[in-house]
Design a protein around this ligand. Structure first.
Ligand code: ZN
Length: 435
């Protein structure tokens, strides 16, 4: 299991390299203002925002459409989602031109076959619009991966996430409409480690010529470093797949996405490299702040009991102990005997707070908290990015900051360093997120 540590050391070196090579550049229009989420560290919806010129980090802005080959690149469609601009909230409807659940799931196939395709593509989501000419179609699975890919590719490819936010990605079965989306993909980024096998298999079945599936987690972590634990026991053969909650591994995901995109679309290599360098710099700053904030808690207080078992690789990297997870491997509730054992364990370990998540409401965990006499914090976000697609705070780093600030403060630590990091996207995230 020491491989995780060695891997981490290697990745830190890579991050240093990215930092040194970088004074990372952003792919924005000269002088373009972009929004960043700086006023809020939370998963709440009141993101404090301000507009700035993006130079506060010492980055240099390059013209958006510059590339080494002098190729003219299309201007994105005017009705892409604008951060911070939310349409009226209707039940079951999220903002964004094509972000209607019914369209994406049950009706998408028929819509794409009919005249409505023009409507879809005018919103930047179709394939027949002129502005999409030459763009690769990238498909992802869970929203953390979509966020990473969106930051690397910017507006140079169309990115579509398949697994809806806020659903149980571990048991997710892709709907029939996903076959159509996957059949158009040039690259499918999945996590691997058996997280999305049904989607991966569907991608393989529907793959067009020349397309490929890239397993980010599988490429990041050697098999001997897989962690098996409470919700992911070895005898069931599915390792804990949550590598993206460990920023050191997040960085490796970024690099793999960058290298894949450079290989697949060399004419946009410079943009991918610049975006990735800027993003890696943010991940590195996040990693440093996380270590500072973690250090405000004595090691014996760094104990995690969560509902969803998403923090194993984070814990190993940052010196925490996962003392348990409530969600058992079949994603049902624990048995009364298991509950009693957990209550005993919480008392014995003297933890002061236990953590549920909004994706998996858990009356059982609430009861355990009460009976053990500890605080039950039910706010961790798992795969559900804060805010809405298109908003500045709707990002993986924003999610991680919210979770770790919540955890550290709930256990009595001080998370000022973490609150101070910039978790905004490095380019406008124009990906389509399933909802
Ligand atoms: Zn999960």
């Amino acid at each position: 299991m020491g491989d995780v540590g060695r891997e981490g050391a290697g990745l830190t070196a890579l991050l240093d390299l990215a930092d040194a090579a970088g004074r990372a550049t952003l792919a924005d229009e000269p002088g373009e203002q972009h929004e960043k989420d700086e006023g809020s560290y939370g998963g709440d919806r009141d993101h404090g925002r301000h507009r700035d010129n993006g130079n506060d980090q010492g980055w240099t802005h390059l013209p958006q459409h510059r590339d080494l080959h002098g190729t003219a690149h299309p201007i994105e469609s005017s009705c892409r989602r604008q951060p911070g601009r939310r349409p009226l909230a209707l039940p079951l409807m999220r903002p964004g031109c094509t972000n209607l659940p019914g369209m994406r799931t049950g009706l998408l196939r028929s819509l794409l076959a009919g005249t409505v395709v023009a409507l879809l593509s005018s919103c930047g989501g179709g394939t027949s619009d002129e502005s999409d000419a030459g763009r690769l179609e990238i498909v992802t699975t869970v929203s953390p991966l979509t966020s990473i890919v969106a930051n690397v590719v910017g507006d140079r490819a169309n990115v579509t996430g398949i697994v809806p936010e806020g659903t149980n990605s571990h048991t997710f079965e892709p709907p029939p409409s996903a076959a159509r989306t996957l059949s158009r993909a040039d690259v499918v980024f999945v996590n691997g480690l058996k997280l999305e096998d049904p989607t991966r298999d569907l991608a393989t079945k529907n793959r067009k010529n020349g397309a490929e599936t890239v397993e980010l987690g599988t490429q990041t972590l050697p098999e001997e470093a897989y962690i098996y634990d409470f919700s992911f026991p070895k005898e069931e053969g599915k390792p804990n797949p949550h590598l993206w909650t460990n920023p050191v591994m997040t960085a490796r995901y970024v690099e793999i996405v960058r290298d894949t995109m450079v290989r697949r679309d060399p004419k946009n290599a410079t943009t991918f490299e610049q975006n990735a360098a800027a993003y890696l710099a943010k991940v590195k700053a996040f990693d440093a702040a996380l270590r500072v904030s973690t250090a405000t808690l004595a090691p014996e207080k760094r104990k995690l009991l969560t509902y969803h078992d998403a923090y194993a690789y984070f814990a190993k990297e940052y010196g925490w102990t996962v003392i348990g997870a409530i969600q058992v491997s079949d994603f049902e509730d624990p048995t009364p005997r298991e509950v009693a054992a957990l209550i005993d364990q919480i008392k014995a370990e003297q933890v002061t707070a236990i953590f549920g998540s909004e994706v998996f409401p858990s009356p059982v965990l609430e009861r355990i908290g009460k009976e053990a006499g500890v605080r039950y914090v039910d706010e961790l976000r798992d795969d559900d990015l804060p805010g809405e697609p298109g908003e500045a705070g709707h990002s993986l780093l924003s999610l991680l900051r919210f979770d770790y600030v919540t955890i550290i403060e709930s256990l009595g630590g001080e998370a000022g360093a973490l609150k101070g990091v910039d978790v905004g996207d490095v380019v406008k995230d124009t990906a389509r997120y399933a909802q």
